[in-house]
Design a protein around this ligand. Structure first.
Ligand SMILES: *Cc1c(COP(=O)(O)O)cnc(C)c1O
Length: 383
């Protein structure tokens, strides 16, 4: 019955029931590494907390529930979750991903897994034909990130899924930017959905955690094996915090979307601003795809000030008072970032600029404050 809950109930009840021990309504933090056995193997489903932990299990069920999937897995970070996906592959396998990928993902791919014999192709994935051109006999995984960070390009998930329909290729979607509220890739035919739950799912900038959700039992078994064998799990306290965050995901996301829309329009009408990247604009090149696959346009946007260079962009982010200059996104508080020197510093400048991440680009994670205060802050900082 729980499986059939609407999204706004799944966030609160998905995978959760009052605790059997004392009836605790909230899943207790089972801060234990091991579990008593009455006889060898005589336990209640929990032996050792790398393998299973009741708090983490409650979170994993919640994650599956909000992504409309069958199996959830929680990891110590978003990158640890991605690391587990890449371990499904073997030397010689090829992966196609987007050319404006999150910097940490790019680093994991090229600086770690290339050394293990995996081959990565980075293409402009909002152009489906570019993906088709990069597919070879050896392609095993297409890693989609949409909307992309920080250019807010939108990749057509269904089109990617159709591309590989008769092929032995997994489609994985990094759903961090949209969150499960706005986009559910498994319902569009993707095989794997990944989250940096550090961002919108936990939502309060107080935890680092990663997630995977899949539908296929065999794939789930393999990921579960890797999760236990490699051991990049999250602890019970972080699982608890993420569970608590997820309970308000739908109400937070509504406000994130609303505030971001207001700010996008404010910036777009401001004579000092050159470009605003936000998928809600009709003139956004992927607006139609965004309308089709997203329930709302999210809380993220980027902009470029007219005539600004590296130094001018830095000045603007330094002048912001209510927006905190910081890495990360998706918390209740508004954050500003300068991708060229922060999140995307690990991507070579030439490659970075080719995808639009110019020195003057500023990225905003719009929080859920009163939008009038946020606009006043932007006004004084842009000058
Ligand atoms: C933050 C982020 C990651 C990495 O997640 P961590 O929890 O920091 O390891 C991956 N993808 C995107 C889009 C992100 O924003």
């Amino acid at each position: 019955m729980k499986d059939k809950l609407h999204f706004n109930s799944a966030t609160i009840h998905g995978g959760q029931a009052p605790d059997k021990g004392y009836g605790a309504v909230m899943p207790p933090i089972y801060q234990t590494s091991t579990y008593a056995q009455t006889t060898p193997g005589g336990h209640q489903g929990f032996e050792y907390s790398r393998t299973h932990n009741p708090t983490r299990q409650a979170l994993e069920k919640s994650l599956a529930s909000i992504e409309a999937g069958n199996y959830g897995f929680a990891f110590g970070s978003g990158l640890a979750a991605m690391d587990a996906v890449l371990k499904l592959l073997k030397p010689g396998d090829e992966i196609i991903s987007t050319d404006d990928l999150y910097g940490g993902s790019y680093r994991l791919f090229t600086k770690i897994f290339e050394d293990f014999g995996l081959k990565f192709h980075f293409v402009p994935m909002s152009n489906t034909a570019a993906i088709a051109d990069a597919i070879t006999e050896k392609t095993k995984l297409i890693w989609v990130e949409t909307p992309t960070n920080p250019m807010m390009n939108v990749i057509d998930i269904k089109a990617v899924v159709e591309l590989v329909q008769d092929k032995d290729i997994w489609v994985a979607v990094d759903n961090t930017f949209a969150s499960s509220y706005i986009q559910q890739p498994l319902t569009m035919g993707a095989d794997i959905v990944m989250h940096s739950a550090t961002k919108y799912l936990a939502g309060h900038s107080d935890v680092v955690l990663g997630a995977l959700v899949v539908n296929d039992a065999k794939l789930a078994e393999r990921i579960g094996f890797i999760q236990n064998a490699s051991g990049a799990i999250c602890g019970p306290m972080d699982s608890f915090l993420t569970l608590r965050g997820i309970k308000t995901l739908h109400v937070r996301m509504e406000r994130h979307c609303k505030n971001a829309a207001t700010i996008a329009h404010f910036l777009n009408e401001n004579s000092k601003i050159d470009k605003v990247y936000w998928p809600g604009f009709e003139f956004h090149p992927n607006h139609e795809v965004a309308k089709k696959q997203m329930y709302g346009f999210g809380g993220m946007l980027s902009f470029v000030t007219k005539g600004a260079d590296y130094a001018a962009a830095i000045k603007i982010v330094e002048r912001l008072k209510l927006f905190t200059l910081a890495e990360s996104l998706g918390g209740v508080e508004s954050l500003a970032g300068h991708p060229a020197s922060m999140t995307h510093a690990s991507i070579p400048k030439e490659l970075r600029e080719k995808s639009g991440v110019v020195d003057a680009l500023i990225r905003l994670s719009v929080g859920i404050e009163d939008v009038r205060d946020l606009i006043a802050d932007l006004e004084q900082a842009i000058g």
